[in-house]
Design a protein around this ligand. Structure first.
Ligand code: ADP
Length: 396
């Protein structure tokens, strides 16, 4: 039973999951937090039990050692699990990486080079890769990129209408993110419906703290709402999503805000948090139900933007067969799904309110039987998708 270890390494945290590739079940998972701070914490979960320890974790090399300690002390044994490779989640693959790639020295340098486009994400991934190389010498490692799935977008979708030479020189274009989730969910939707992926026109709404929509034609991403960075598109927990770029010039001139102030405003103090005071969708919904006007406005802005993208992507695809909701909000918020889909029967989307309210933890249909467009809720599983892709690359 070969297994794959999936590592999602950020600048101060490292998440991992060991997945058995025969059953596709998670054998163990864990999280090491506050790397580089005096009060680190590690959690290792196996067989329904959770083991926590608090200890300083000065760097990613130590984090990998702590991870190995979790397996050694609490199981399962990595040797007995026939660990054959490690799959690393990497946020930005730029225009260079369009598929999962075996990591060697050159690939690592290229991922590092792309830190220019993803300064908050790629450096952490490179640290995780280097640390894993030390901890598991000789084991094949594969990088799976959040951007890769969107490399099939046509030029008219990814080109920004700015000076061509400036765009080329600074690699300014739409890349898109959440690709691993969009790929997994669109595949799971096709399988659930028993229809070939190649024949389906799909819209996937990944609604978590970060949120994006993807238009998928025959299994290929043709448009997505995030851009050169994950700031564009939908309203998110703390990010604004789409905004007139001149707002930034206006605030710089009139409010004296610096580039860093504006970056913080749009990435950390906007979205649900900025509008309502609450960054968690559950709080926004609860306040809105209690009559809080700002929470109600926030919920309306979220729903308006979702409808806007659903309509736009229907037009780009020339019709849609299936729409899937996924991630924290997409899978769990009855209210957000309801608000996004209300009033869309004119474009073939008919929500079944009782089905929407009854969604459990499995993949479910929430449209009526007569609805021309099928609407699903599909739990995402990015770790499994990374493991599958890693397995495919190392088995080839
Ligand atoms: P991340 O992008 O950090 O992975 P998640 O996919 O975990 O985010 O989604 C986080 C969001 O999901 C939060 O806004 C939270 O309110 C929402 N969420 C989680 N559980 C529920 C629930 N039971 N009902 C409504 N919203 C939920």
């Amino acid at each position: 039973m070969p297994s794959i270890l999936v590592i999602n390494s950020g600048s101060s945290s490292l998440k991992y999951q060991l997945i058995d590739m025969d059953s596709e079940q998670t054998l163990a998972s864990g999280l090491i937090e506050r790397i580089g701070e005096p009060d680190g914490k590690a959690t290792h979960k196996v067989g329904g039990e959770s083991f926590d320890i608090e200890l300083p974790v000065p760097d990613h090399t130590e984090a990998c050692r702590v991870m190995r300690g979790g397996f050694d002390h609490h199981g399962p044994s990595l040797e007995a699990s026939d660990l054959i490779a490690i799959g690393h989640r990497v946020v930005h693959g730029g225009a260079r990486f369009f598929e999962p790639t075996v990591i060697d020295r050159v690939v690592k340098i290229q991922i590092e080079d792309l830190s220019e486009l993803a300064p908050l994400h790629n450096p952490g991934a490179v640290q995780g890769i280097s640390a894993a190389e030390q901890s598991f010498p000789g084991l094949p490692m594969v990088a799976v990129f959040d951007t890769a799935f969107h490399q099939t977008m046509p030029a008219e979708a990814y080109t920004y209408a700015i000076d061509y030479d400036v765009a080329q020189k600074y690699r300014v274009r739409k890349y898109g993110f959440h690709g691993t989730s969009h790929r997994y969910v669109s595949g799971a939707a096709a399988e659930f419906l028993g229809r070939p992926l190649e024949e389906l026109k799909q819209i996937v709404l990944h609604l978590g703290n970060g949120a994006s929509v993807c238009a998928i034609d025959g299994g290929r991403s043709v448009e997505t709402s995030m851009g050169m960075t994950p700031l564009a598109g939908l309203v998110m927990g703390t990010r604004s999503g789409d905004i007139d770029a001149s707002v930034l010039f206006h605030l710089a001139r009139r409010a004296g805000m610096s580039i860093d102030d504006l970056d913080e405003l749009l990435n950390k103090r906007s979205g649900l948090l900025g509008m309502s005071g609450f960054g968690d969708s559950r709080d926004v919904q609860a306040r809105a139900a209690d009559g809080d006007e700002r929470a109600q406005l926030t919920a309306s802005v979220v729903a308006h933007r979702l409808k806007f993208y659903i309509g736009a992507y229907q037009a780009l695809l020339g019709g849609v067969d299936v729409i899937s909701f996924t991630a924290g909000i997409g899978e769990h918020s009855v209210e957000v799904r309801e608000a996004a889909l209300t009033g869309l029967s004119g474009v073939g989307i008919e929500l079944d309110h009782a089905r929407n309210a009854a969604v459990g933890s499995d993949i479910s249909v929430i449209s009526t039987d007569a609805s021309p467009v099928t609407v699903l809720v599909v739990p995402t599983n990015e770790e499994l998708e990374i493991a599958r892709q890693t397995f495919k690359v190392v088995s080839a």
